[in-house]
Design a binder for this molecule. Structure first.
Ligand SMILES: N[C@H](CCC[C@H](N)C(=O)O)C(=O)O
Length: 282
């Protein structure tokens, strides 16, 4: 039951990848696809890339459950930048240096890092075709997919599907045109996030992203994770890299041994507000 008075929210972002965050740990908040679209609408709503709901954890080892809906209303299992934002809020509340965030993709462990940043263990990268998922068995290191000059991507999942294209000049890619075509390619039964990655040197990558269900965003945490994995698999960089997105830099490490991807970056709160009834109920 939605609260007719409307629901308070916090506007947060990670490098400009922005979120409307609703805390539903004490009062349930049923975020359906239509409400997410209306809230995310930058003309009629609050405006954001994803709508995030903090809920009581299901897993006794977790401190909070994070529900994620893209601006198009689709519910997804991973959102790196939002994980840092939610983790920061819960660590501040609990006055702890670390926290476990539960998502549909599993438990993510986060902790404070230097310079006010937050480090999140995004779990093990998934590399098999059926874990991405792809529509048919294929070598995920070379997908044999191309569009508009982009070719030969690497597929990686960090709880959500990514196709990473390595390019000579990331700025030259017309992502707004080729992004939707690739997002909806039949090879991706659950669609895909599309990345254009330019390797600058063995520890630096420039990355631009067309996000599944959100379009071009100023940053995408899970795309940065996927790109770090893809670059190592292609032997283009070291395991620890700095990835420069439109909104700023993330630190990534695809850890040897357990194959977990560690992402470190900033968190910011923009403002608070109230979601009024017209946004919540169609
Ligand atoms: N568009 C993504 C979800 C948000 C990912 C991005 N905001 C991040 O920080 O990881 C998807 O549909 O999988």
């Amino acid at each position: 039951m939605q609260n007719a008075r409307g629901r308070p929210f916090i506007k947060m972002h990670g490098l400009g990848n922005d979120f409307v965050v609703v805390d539903a740990r004490r009062e349930p908040f049923d975020l359906d696809a239509g409400a997410a679209r209306r809230i995310a609408d930058r003309r009629e709503g609050v405006g954001c890339d994803q709508v995030i709901v903090m809920e009581p954890p299901r897993d006794p080892c977790a401190n909070v459950f994070m529900r994620i809906r893209n601006a198009d209303g689709s519910e997804v299992a991973a959102c790196g930048n939002a994980t840092r934002c939610v983790a920061a809020r819960v660590m501040t509340e609990r006055e702890t240096r670390e926290v476990t965030v539960e998502t549909l993709a599993g438990l993510l462990h986060a902790k404070h890092a230097a310079e006010g940043k937050v480090a999140v263990d995004m779990g093990a990268a998934r590399l098999d075709w059926n874990e991405i998922p792809l529509a048919r068995e294929m070598d995920t290191l070379h997908l044999g997919l191309e569009a508009d000059g982009l070719r030969d991507p690497v597929a990686v999942s960090v709880g959500n599907p990514h196709a990473v294209f390595f390019v000579d000049d990331a700025e030259a890619v017309e992502l707004e045109r080729v992004g939707p075509e690739l997002e909806y390619d039949a090879l991706f039964p659950e669609r895909a996030n599309i990345s254009a990655a330019q390797v600058l040197d063995s520890t630096h990558i420039r990355l631009r992203v067309w996000e599944r269900g959100a379009g071009i965003t100023r940053a995408c945490g899970t795309a940065a994770c996927a790109t770090a994995v893809a670059a190592v698999r292609r032997e283009l960089t070291e395991r620890k890299v700095t990835i420069a997105l439109d909104g700023g830099e993330l630190g990534l490490e695809w850890r040897a041994g357990d194959g977990h991807v560690i992402m470190t970056g900033p968190v910011a709160e923009s403002f608070t507000g109230t979601l009024n009834g017209s946004l919540l109920a169609a």
